[in-house]
Ligand binder design. Structure first.
Ligand SMILES: Cc1cc2nc3c(=O)[nH]c(=O)nc-3n(C[C@H](O)[C@H](O)[C@H](O)COP(=O)(O)O)c2cc1C
Length: 198
């Protein structure tokens, strides 16, 4: 499929049919996603795969009983066939930008970073992964990181990394509860592009 077509076709899917994802295949796909650009070649993004035998445990750590029993999308999402935790090693970015060829950036001090490149890199790899998933005939939902970060990192035995987001992967079962975000009246893509003119 053409890249343009893939970009337009990819949509978040939040109801899966329970088909398991092959962990080895997923590991290879994740390695491909890490062709994504990385600031200063810091290579500080990590993709942690959670195979189908562990997804139930993952959801127990990443959500709570109330969500699992009441959320409209809980069942569909929990039928994901695998999960990928996208993390980044902030310390490696700061260390990289303290190296001789980067030191004059002033970014050897973490508090000076106007844009935290560790999150930027994580976003780049995440988008690459979403497109690869789409190209492979699977679907995905992205969960931002706003709750249970510590518990998830501890459970996955991840040290010294920030959780950027989580990608839930599976085969769509067609029962998606449409996101309220999609009902928003947002400016068109074309209108969000502006040519700077003198
Ligand atoms: C940084 C980020 C965080 C997101 N967090 C969530 C989330 O926690 N839960 C969710 O269902 N969707 C989440 N989304 C998905 C967006 O809601 C979705 O991309 C948006 O509504 C546009 O829909 P589309 O991707 O299907 O085109 C997130 C997307 C991004 C980029």
């Amino acid at each position: 499929m053409e890249l343009r077509e893939l970009l337009a076709k990819r949509r978040m899917v939040r109801s899966f049919d329970g088909t398991p994802v092959d962990p080895q295949w997923l590991g290879e796909l994740c390695a491909q996603a890490l062709w994504a650009p990385t600031a200063g070649n810091s290579a500080g993004v990590r993709l942690h795969t959670v195979g189908p035998t562990l997804t139930r445990e993952y959801f127990e750590v990443a959500t709570d009983v109330e969500w699992r029993s009441n959320a409209r999308r809980a069942d569909g999402l929990q039928r994901a066939g695998a999960v990928v935790l996208v993390t980044s090693r902030r310390g490696e970015y700061v260390a990289r930008y303290a190296e001789a060829d980067k030191r004059n950036s002033g970014l050897d001090d973490e508090t000076n970073w106007p844009v935290p490149y560790w999150h930027t890199d994580a976003a780049m790899a995440t988008m690459a992964l979403l497109l690869l998933i789409e190209e492979s005939g699977w679907q995905a939902a992205l969960w931002g990181n706003f709750r249970h970060e510590e518990e998830i990192l501890r459970w996955a035995r991840i040290d010294d990394e920030d959780l950027f987001a989580t990608v839930l992967i599976g085969k769509a079962d067609g029962n998606d509860v449409s996101s309220s975000s999609l009902a928003r009246d947002v400016p068109s893509r074309e209108s969000r592009v502006r040519a700077v003119e003198p």
